[in-house]
Design a protein around this ligand. Structure first.
Ligand code: SF4
Ligand code: SF4
Length: 142
């Protein structure tokens, strides 16, 4: 059995870059830190970023969509604002809610093909918990 400190994200997940999580007619919402990070990554003014890339509904800021996916998604290269992507995109799909409820685990693992097969739910939780406690839940895909 692995020592808790030697677990790697690759033990449970490797993004296949299928793009599923970047598709849909809405996107995750951006909190203030997300907005600041994205503006910086794009090198634009807040107003230009808002006009070109965001959909603002009241106090909710989301990314615009094009052709059924996030405006930043490119079929060939994936996320084109990788350094400036929102924290929810950084977190996905290693979401802590999977630790609380096996149904969440099943729903998420069925929607994302990047999860490694063969782990029991208990093994998966042990590894994910260790990664999250180590602050290592920011995977590189999605
Ligand atoms: S995180 Fe999962 S759903 Fe999203 S691109 Fe990677 S493999 Fe596909
Ligand atoms: S990972 Fe990038 S392309 Fe995908 S939804 Fe997030 S910001 Fe958009």
């Amino acid at each position: 059995m692995n020592d808790m400190t030697t677990y790697q994200i690759a033990d449970i997940f490797q993004c296949t870059c299928c793009g599923f999580c970047c598709h849909g007619e809405t996107t995750v919402s951006l909190d203030r830190h997300d907005q600041e990070r994205m503006i910086k990554a794009l090198g634009l003014t807040p107003e230009a970023t808002r006009q070109q890339y965001w959909r603002v509904t009241g106090s909710v800021v989301q990314m615009q969509t094009r052709d059924g996916h996030c405006i930043f998604y490119d079929t060939n290269i994936g996320c084109t604002v990788h350094e400036g992507r929102p924290w929810r995109c950084r977190q996905w799909p290693l979401h802590p809610s999977m630790l609380a409820d096996e149904n969440n685990y099943r729903t998420i693992t069925e929607s994302c093909p990047g999860f490694k097969k063969g782990h029991s739910y208990e093994e998966f939780c042990r590894i994910l918990r260790a990664l999250l406690e180590r602050g290592d839940g920011d995977k590189t895909g999605g």
